[in-house]
Design a protein around this ligand. Structure first.
Ligand SMILES: [Cu+2]
Length: 328
């Protein structure tokens, strides 16, 4: 009995759809999701994996079938038929990618908007609000302010992922100033004055990172948060997110920034809120102890030694300090 090809095509279509849907959800390519924003990105990624899997199976399947069925017969050296042009087919294979790409662009736009990427200005950052509060400042600056004021404006043009539409206008629970430099990350907690070489954040709380760079472009990337943001000299960009899974995750510089770019890694420790408070208190205590020491001896120290004293316990080595000095 010969099965009609329409039925075989239908069965193949059903099988490809089921396999693609399954693999899209179970591809296991992403690391653990440790922020509230991560499932949004994973949803987009899994959708793209579903489509890519279906495309892969259709294209590769067609190639394999063609290789087997249309194989050159022994002794047959004639040319194949000259097939040229098929308008309905061309419309179809243009139309399907257009629909896919448009759909993905709308979906990714929605994800970015939900994460707060479209309007970082609305985050409630005090520095940004101050400028916005000056009457007509933004408009006037574009119209008639000379060049020096333009740099001022650039400093306040929001970059990054700000508050999600639901939390706009509310300040974050924890604010950390992040500085990228060749080849390390520094984390400064302005509320307490604590400086750290690792990022510590409490789970379940809204965290805002104000990111800048001291020397060249760097990029702050935590794969487990599904967040990445350029660190730009002279400008502040923002990442606002809610970590939700306690653990230790890598912070990776994702912008080629010099010879030791590959070693420019730190880590973010997501604590339970109680652990976080304990960490913060211990840092404040050791900072106060350290400040007394520095105050006592600093009059006899060179700038370099004074800096070394302050950074020795941050995991910043003499090598990194030498790099910093050479760039100043
Ligand atoms: Cu870097």
């Amino acid at each position: 009995m010969k099965i009609p090809s329409a039925i075989i095509t239908l069965l193949a279509g059903v099988a490809i759809t089921l396999i693609s849907l399954w693999y899209g959800q179970n591809n296991g390519w992403m690391p653990v999701a440790a922020s509230q924003e991560a499932p949004l990105v994973d949803g987009l990624f899994n959708t793209m994996m579903t489509i890519a899997t279906a495309l892969f199976l259709i294209v590769e399947g067609a190639i394999v079938i063609a290789i087997v069925r249309f194989r050159q017969k022994t002794g047959d050296n004639t040319d194949g038929p000259a097939i040229e042009g098929n308008l309905p087919l061309e419309i179809l294979w243009t139309g399907i990618p257009v629909v896919i790409v448009l759909g993905l662009s709308i979906y990714s736009f929605e994800v970015y908007n939900t994460m707060g990427g479209l309007d970082p200005m609305a985050s409630g950052d005090p520095g940004i609000q101050q400028v916005a509060a000056k009457p007509g400042a933004a408009i006037a600056a574009t119209l008639d302010e000379p060049a020096p004021k333009m740099t001022h404006m650039h400093n306040h043009m929001a970059l990054g992922v700000g508050a999600s539409p639901g939390t706009q206008g509310k300040p974050a629970d924890v604010e950390v100033k992040v500085t990228g430099l060749q080849f390390a990350w520094l984390f400064n907690y302005p509320a307490s004055g604590v400086i750290s070489g690792e990022l510590h954040v409490p789970a379940g709380k809204e965290v805002q990172l104000d990111i800048t760079a001291q020397d060249v472009l760097h990029a702050f990337w935590v794969p487990q948060f599904r967040l990445k943001q350029d660190a730009i000299p002279g400008r502040t960009s923002q990442l606002r997110f809610r970590p939700n899974l306690p653990g230790t995750y890598p912070i990776i510089c994702a912008e080629l920034c010099g010879s030791y770019h590959g070693a420019m890694q730190s880590q973010v420790i997501v604590h339970t809120p109680e652990e976080y408070d304990a960490w913060l208190q211990s840092q404040i205590a050791s900072k106060n102890a350290g400040e007394n020491t520095v105050a006592m001896v600093s009059s006899e120290l060179s700038d370099r030694d004074r800096l070394a004293l302050r950074t020795a316990d941050l995991g910043i080595t003499e090598d990194i300090l030498a790099q910093v000095h050479s760039h100043q």
